[in-house]
Design a protein. Structure first.
Length: 183
């Protein structure tokens, strides 16, 4: 008998206890599918996490960014409707360079601010004095039409910081703004 004959005879015998039978079909495919699904889910979670962290870093932790807007820009949203305090009247004074200025200034405040009108009315004389002194400190060059927005901003800041306790000035409007040069 040859060595090959012995091997042929062992074909029909049962495998020994240490050897396992190979699985075929779906049983062999399932662990591989689960492995790739777990890798895919892990990769997806990693990408989402990195994206969220990058977005938060780029946006400074989600803080709002302040933007400076040009009042003449067509992309500015609509201004809110304000209530207006119009009792200051006409103020005429000399500027620091001996020009003369005549102004009617109105103060805009939130329509929901019920105490604002009372506070502004109670400070009418102070407001008139403020407007007179404000324009008396300016020169004719500072009162040119191209500086009007700057003047409004400056007036609004001073009123909110120095004069008003509860009310907040939201806008300033001039219904009259005449600068007469000295001869």
């Amino acid at each position: 008998m040859s060595d090959t004959d012995v091997l042929d005879m062992e074909e029909g015998e049962a495998p020994e206890a240490g050897q396992k039978k190979k699985k075929g079909g779906l049983g062999a495919l399932l662990p591989n599918l689960l492995k790739f699904a777990a890798i895919g889910i892990g990769a997806l979670l990693f990408i989402v996490t990195v994206s969220v962290i990058t977005y938060n870093i780029m946006n400074d932790g989600g803080k709002k960014q302040t933007t400076v807007t040009d009042p003449s820009s067509p992309y500015i949203g609509r201004k809110p409707i304000f209530a207006w305090y119009t009792d200051i009247g006409t103020i005429t004074t000399k500027t620091s360079d001996e020009n003369s200025v005549s102004v009617v200034m109105n103060i805009g405040y939130d329509t929901t601010d019920l105490a604002a009108y009372s506070e502004l009315s109670g400070r009418k004389v102070e407001l008139q004095d403020f407007v007179r002194r404000f324009f008396a400190q300016k020169t004719g060059d500072e009162l040119k039409p191209e500086n009007e927005e700057k003047l409004k901003k400056e007036i609004k800041e001073q009123l909110n910081m120095r004069y008003l306790e509860n009310a907040r000035v939201r806008d300033i409007a001039f219904t009259k703004f005449d600068v007469m040069e000295a001869n």
